[in-house]
Design a protein around this ligand. Sequence first.
Ligand code: FES
Length: 234
Amino acid sequence: MAEQARLIDIYIMGRQCQVPEGLTILTALEYCGYRMIRGCGCRAGFCGACATIYNFKSDPQLRYDLACQKTVEPEMCLVQVPYFPAVKAIYNLEKLKSNGATIKALYPDIVKCFGCNTCTKTCPQELEVMWFMSDALRGDVKAVVEKSFDCVMCGLCAARCPQGLVPYNVALLCRRIYGRYLASASAHLEERIAEIEEGKFDAEIDKLKRLNDKELRRRYTERDMESALEQHWE
Ligand code: FES
């Protein structure tokens, strides 16, 4: 007979629940009957929708993680932060100047950073948030892009900043400026776009469209994956 997982006590928004050990916070929430509409997206650590703050009954220090990645632990007390009302500058990327001054023009408050490093300590991706904010202050777009590349936009850095700064939105602006104006053109991408426009894949796509759900799923799970994403900054 299969061994049953040990049940542990956790506290979801103040409600005591028993869940099997080994579940992620996200699956534990669902196990307890929460239907995740907000606060759940990719389930794979990429979309940043499942930001969670937690501590333990015997340890009040706050911790931060993604619910789809973090495994539940005994006596964990957790709350979800599916949305944080952070400042977000409105801009037309096509009309922006591709230099560092744009960052300060759109997010003038970044000068208020006093280097407490709470943003870095909060980031579930373990990014050097305070350091990329300092790069942003100096107008170094490329440095911000490199340091914030793995940001999943969960918003926890903004939720914890005592100065009300929005590191994740500042970093998004820099990645947009970099992608639109500063990154060198990718020959591979240009070639692929030309192939698509010439109709090279039309027959294959037509064939895929005629497949049933089961066959599509099989092909999706058995597809070749790129071994690793290489970052090309130059
Ligand atoms: S659900 Fe997308 S990062 Fe957790």
